[in-house]
Design a protein. Structure first.
Length: 294
């Protein structure tokens, strides 16, 4: 089943004063790349988060945003006495220089950098919270993967419609190809007879046969038609496999485009050229969608 390389998912968990919010989104990339952002103290979880994401994603740049908030208690905050002592010493030095500092209030002192130590999650606390965090990550990734799969199936339907159009145009070319030889035979015979009649010479049938044979060999597109049909069958098979098939589909569209180009250059017929243009247009539409297929 095809999966898109773009998607979005999010999840939330609130357990015993711990609030966890996870957001997962992705954009196109030829390879897998993880961009991880987390609350302070939780950046060390990147490897575990990446392992969970890799279970569902093979290609694409995936951005994971992890926000963890814990309900704080008064005991979580501490005054840094060494920093306060340093500030007071510097104030005393100012007083010795004759600068008035008697009016310094405690609330002003508490606002100075480094005076109040805010709680930061240590590794032991992060490890204890991992089951809750991992559950949120898994739920977000599940939503994310479901969205990618749904979008992939929509694109698959569109690509199948374009492949059906290619097959239809190819069938028209297959019907037209023998008529091109007949038209050439009539055209060259009439032209030669007209030219030779002016000089009183009659054309030999063997000469016509030889010219037609050369034209037929040069404009034969039967092999290209067979290969293009084969590529269409392989394309359908590749869309049905479970593993990622974006690279293979991209290769097949390149081959289809090459065969279409060859048919157009060899056929030497305006009607076939029109069908080739329709085929190449459909292939281009498919190639654009494949750039977003995992």
């Amino acid at each position: 089943m095809l999966s898109s390389m773009t998607g979005h998912g999010e999840a939330h968990r609130n357990v015993d004063g711990l609030s966890v919010a996870v957001e997962v989104r992705s954009v196109n990339n030829r390879f897998f790349k993880l961009s991880f952002r987390a609350s302070e103290g939780y950046g060390a979880l990147e490897s575990q988060v990446e392992a969970l994401v890799r279970q569902s994603v093979r290609r694409g740049t995936v951005q994971v945003n992890l926000r963890v908030d814990r309900q704080a208690s008064p005991d979580d905050y501490r005054l840094n006495q060494a920093v306060i002592a340093g500030y007071l010493k510097q104030l005393s030095n100012l007083a010795a220089l004759g600068i008035a500092v008697d009016g310094v209030r405690a609330d002003s002192l508490l606002q100075l950098p480094g005076v109040v130590c805010e709680p930061v999650a240590d590794w032991s606390a992060v490890e204890a919270q991992w089951p809750i965090i991992s559950a949120a990550v898994n739920e977000a990734v599940k939503q994310f993967a479901a969205m990618r799969l749904e979008e992939g199936q929509t694109m698959a339907a569109d690509m199948r419609a374009n492949c059906a159009l290619i097959a239809k145009e190819l069938q028209a070319i297959e019907v037209r190809a023998p008529l091109v030889i007949d038209a050439f035979r009539t055209r060259i015979t009439d032209k030669l007879n007209k030219l030779l009649a002016e000089v009183g010479t009659r054309i030999e049938p063997s000469d016509v046969v030889r010219e037609i044979g050369v034209f037929t060999e040069r404009s034969d597109i039967s092999e290209e038609i067979v290969r293009l049909k084969s590529h269409l069958e392989q394309f359908e098979t590749a869309m049905q496999v479970e593993e990622a098939g974006g690279r293979k589909l991209d290769f097949l569209t390149q081959e289809m485009f090459r065969e279409a180009n060859t048919i157009g250059s060899k056929a030497n017929d305006a009607e076939i050229a029109h069908h080739v243009i329709e085929i190449k247009t459909a292939i281009e539409r498919v190639r654009e969608m494949i750039q977003n297929i995992e």
